[in-house]
Design a protein around this ligand. Structure first.
Ligand SMILES: *[C@@H]1O[C@H](CO)[C@@H](O)[C@H](O)[C@H]1NC(C)=O
Ligand SMILES: *[C@@H]1O[C@H](CO)[C@@H](O)[C@H](O)[C@H]1NC(C)=O
Ligand SMILES: *[C@@H]1O[C@H](CO)[C@@H](O)[C@H](O)[C@H]1NC(C)=O
Length: 494
């Protein structure tokens, strides 16, 4: 081989490598976009936030028209959810299923429309959750079969995949990943499900939460939840596990293998770490966990049972804090966002999608810069009742033990509650009265990490910025051009 040719083949190799790494790393990280918030950003602001951060995949919890319209033309791949209430109807009626697909999927899948790749059956998102004690299980397969028919009729069956996100409790963990198996009472339905997924080329979607393992179990070794190495590695035959995520993932792989589907692709539907509202939930821990996870995934390390082959996609939970979520699971439930409710990054994070750091939402429309605080010159004997009422509606979760505002003192507590309520009421003057105990201030009362929020103006149902170019589309173009180029180089070398 002559030297120039060798140069050319080296170049070829480099380009091939570039393409391969491009392909594997391509938008493997997505986010969950939940909207249970008192202060919702405009959908177009959220879509711009996704684009700015080069986030190419998003999972919604429903089929919200505002969100889907804003996503049209963005090139961002969308996973859409079907809410619980509809499951029984869709499972018993093909025409209901047809209608739902027409109104909530087909409508957006026009040229330059939304790129809906997955449709999922929700049921609180996790139909097999132990706490549902089986009440939804019977709907799952009939609903899937009806929806598949509807997708076929709509000519979408080759593109949109039906999936069913499962909580990791579907395969309640034994101590060793290799012993993983689905819960016995679920074996039949899961067998039907994976066979259905497999015949449609769909992945198994699972939600994995090392935080909840740690939160719910004081014996759980803390460092095993993270990706920084552990003093509690789990040895499973020839395999050694140094983090809960891999252990959990391989438990699922083992469970799937026992059903004969050991090769089934796996997508992580939800994974993340809250930053507030519990002792183990803080900014440092959330940053360390999420960054460790992302590096682990985009580094293509895989797990002991699937070396070099990480989950297809990983959807971080979540994009934004959702201050109106139920706190039944714990006060941390309102603090899972990598961004606060108003699209401001909580900590530095490299999503591995090209940007070194998170970019904040732009053009957020805030209410005026003013806050409601307690007037401490007043007699505060009766303040407790006001505070209780304010916090029963507005979000006061950060005041509790382990929260970022836990140490701001009695008056700080009262002011925080008053302000949360005042902002929730869109700064309505009367909402800062509290029988004369409240007063409006123009000085930000935030202390340290404890942030007194200012609401954003709610503009519901407003529709979207429809930018024509898509950054993902353009990347695909670039790859095509490189492929053509390589092909030309090859021709020349022949
Ligand atoms: C489905 O689409 C209709 C029409 O756009 C909309 O009114 C409805 O909210 C959507 N349903 C769900 C469950 O998202
Ligand atoms: C943050 O959380 C981690 C574990 O999740 C804990 O080890 C650490 O002590 C917490 N930091 C603070 C300042 O509370
Ligand atoms: C502030 O409120 C929280 C939550 O009710 C409580 O845990 C904390 O002790 C309060 N702080 C003071 C100084 O009363």
């Amino acid at each position: 081989m002559s030297p120039p040719r060798k140069g050319a083949s080296n170049l070829l190799l480099l380009l091939l490598l570039a393409i391969l790494s491009c392909r594997f790393a391509e938008s493997a990280i997505g986010v969950n976009w939940g909207t249970v918030s008192f202060h919702r950003l405009k959908p177009s602001t959220v879509v711009d936030l996704l684009k700015e951060n080069k986030i190419g995949k998003v999972k919604l919890f429903d089929a919200d028209p505002g969100a889907l319209e804003a996503l049209m033309g963005s090139g961002i791949q969308v996973m859409v959810g079907i809410p619980n209430e509809l499951l029984s109807t869709i499972s018993s009626s093909v025409s209901a299923s047809d209608l739902w697909v027409r109104q909530n999927v087909s409508r957006y899948m026009v040229k330059g429309g939304a790129d809906i790749r997955y449709l999922y059956i929700a049921v609180g998102n996790e139909p097999f959750l132990t706490s549902y004690s089986g009440q939804f299980q019977t709907y799952v397969m009939p609903a899937l079969l009806n929806l598949q028919q509807s997708l076929t009729k709509a000519n979408l069956a080759g593109y949109v995949r039906l999936v069913v996100p499962c909580n990791a409790d579907a395969y309640e963990s034994p101590s060793l990943p290799s012993q993983g198996a689905f819960r016995p009472e679920l074996t039949q339905i899961i067998t039907q499900l994976v066979s259905f997924l497999n015949s449609n080329g769909a992945p198994f979607v699972v939600n994995i939460y090392p935080f909840l393992s740690l939160y719910g179990n004081s014996d759980f070794p803390q460092d095993y939840a993270f990706f920084e190495g552990t003093t509690h590695a789990v040895t499973d035959g020839p395999n050694v596990y140094t983090n809960a995520f891999d252990g959990n993932f391989d438990t699922l792989v083992s469970a799937l293998t026992k059903l004969g589907y050991g090769q089934m692709p796996i997508v992580i539907g939800e994974v993340g770490w809250p930053s507030d509202g519990a002792p183990g939930a803080n900014l440092t821990a959330a940053k360390v966990f999420n960054q460790g996870l992302i590096n682990h995934v985009v580094g293509n390390k895989g797990t002991p049972l699937r070396p070099g082959s990480p989950p297809m996609d990983v959807y971080i939970f979540g994009l934004l804090d959702e201050g109106a979520k139920s706190v039944l699971p714990g006060n941390f439930e309102r603090h899972w966002g990598i961004f606060s409710f108003d699209g401001q990054a909580k900590y530095a994070l490299n999503l591995g999608q090209g940007n070194k750091n998170l970019k904040n939402a732009e053009n957020v429309e805030y209410l005026p810069s003013r806050w409601c605080v307690v007037d401490s010159s007043k007699d505060l004997t009766n303040v407790a009742n006001h505070m209780r009422i304010a916090c029963s509606v507005a979000d006061c979760t950060t005041l509790n033990y382990g929260g970022s505002c836990n140490e701001i003192g009695v008056k700080g507590n009262i002011s925080y509650a008053f302000n949360s309520f005042y902002q929730l009421k869109m700064q309505d003057e009367r909402s800062c009265d509290f029988d004369g105990l409240g007063m409006v201030t123009f000085l930000d009362p935030s202390v340290g990490e404890c942030r007194f929020l200012v609401g954003v103006t709610e503009t519901k149902g407003s529709s979207s910025s429809k930018s024509s170019s898509s950054f993902i589309g353009s990347r695909r173009w670039m790859i095509s051009i490189i492929v053509l180029f390589i092909w030309a180089v090859q021709l020349l070398m022949m």
